[in-house]
Design a protein around this ligand. Sequence first.
Ligand code: ATP
Length: 520
Amino acid sequence: MAQDKSPKENAGILDVETMTIFCKKKGFVYKTSEIYGGAAGFWDFGPLGAELNNTVKRTWWKRFVQDRDDVVGMDGAIISHPKVWEASGHAANFADIVLTCTKCNFKARADQLIESTLGLKCDGWKAAQINTSVADNHLKCPECKSPFNEAKDFNLMFETTIGPVKSAENTAFLRPETAQLIFSNFKIICDTSRVKLPFGIAQIGKAFRNEISPRDFLFRKREFEQMEIEFFVHPDKIKDCPIFAEVKDLKIGILTSEAQEAGKDCVHVKTIEEISQKYTTQWHAYWLGAILKWFIDDLGIKPENLRLREHLKSELAHYASACFDIEYKFPFGWKEIHGNADRTTYDLTQHMKFSKIDLSYFDEETKMKVIPYVAAEPSQGVDRAFLAVMFDAYHDDKARGNIVLKLKPSIAPIQVAVFPLVNKLEDGARSMYRDLKSCFPCQFDRSGSVGRRYARADEIGVPYCVTYDFDSETDKTVTIRDRDTTLQIRVPIAGLKTILADLIAGRAEFSTAGKKIEAK
Ligand code: ATP
């Protein structure tokens, strides 16, 4: 098995490069158009990756749209009227600061370069502050050691042309976030969906940012996917959340702005209730808790690898009154996988100003028009959730000599693998497989030793392997092997579907779901 591994995997090092190689080798993610050398910041999902990615989105949509009475969904266009981006402020302000080398033309995102070379956090810095820091610290191009030109703003929106004539009037943008379409559709959704405050509008879709330095595999892409909710409340009722009890006791580490300002990387574990009492409104804290529950309960991420980070005052966007990131502990550090701002009434007000259309909401109770207040904007990157899931599940099992991808069974791209013990048992095994395949994503594997087949299944995260052997022909029972413990149980084929469904849904304990047997 060890010969299949990259040198880093063999040395037990799990970094972003090891994960990139692993994902390619196992059919999860590849560089896009690799046969032509790829394109920086763009990636394709292979057969297993597409399954997992769709499952991540499906769990989110089910939990936050289908299972709730107070959120409706929508699906907006990628290209919209350019005024959308003027109103939102993206046309003028959606920029990062770029440093360009005077000699080799190398370009670096200024805040990332300063953070990695000087260890300084410079979120919210303007070009002038960057220039001072570059000069004071004699920062040079990492490629050729020449000086940099003056730092400049670089707008991250991708431009395109609508129709055959390239002109200023025909210029449009690929959306850099999905959220703005929710605001521009706000009125029509209110008029056609009978929603009543408080309510949310959710959307999943592609977003595009011409990132200066795409990096860390799926973490910083130029084309990525977002799952966003704008949650609107009555402006006079922004504080009290009637469903707060659902999340209030959840505990999570929090890195406060106070700690960051004091230069301390200390995290205190607090309940969502404590967070609401000290740092933000109940509604905002509620949504942080609800998303954390999705990460933990649906995606199976270990709570100790998640934390909240409060934004510094200097980082807050002009429209936000509070903002928190959910961060995941990647091998390259604690990094944002989710952003969640209290966005006030800013966006609807802006769109009213630019469109000259009344986007206010008529409150039946008070018989008054109000501009709804966005108490929380849970903004989730699909790719960063996918990456967190992969890192969390990856386990180098030295005793077995292979990687075990310990995905939560309910999100595994292949949930059951079926093996005939020897090839002459294939007919019986195949008929069982066909029956299972109508209920679960299944794989049939007849090549190599059973041990080799277990290892292959472990590496792609298959939670249960079912072996059909000689006894199965006569006593109509089969062996199920559990990926994480390697324990095996014997169960009747007649009850197999129910047992597997219970195991996958977490309703049954493996050791008591059948007759325990010794591993062969
Ligand atoms: P960063 O500071 O890392 O650039 P951001 O604060 O600009 O991120 P938001 O605008 O808050 O990100 O976007 C919400 C979410 O969208 C992020 O938490 C992340 O999961 C995802 N996201 C943003 N930019 C990218 C990207 N370039 N590649 C992949 N996912 C992204």
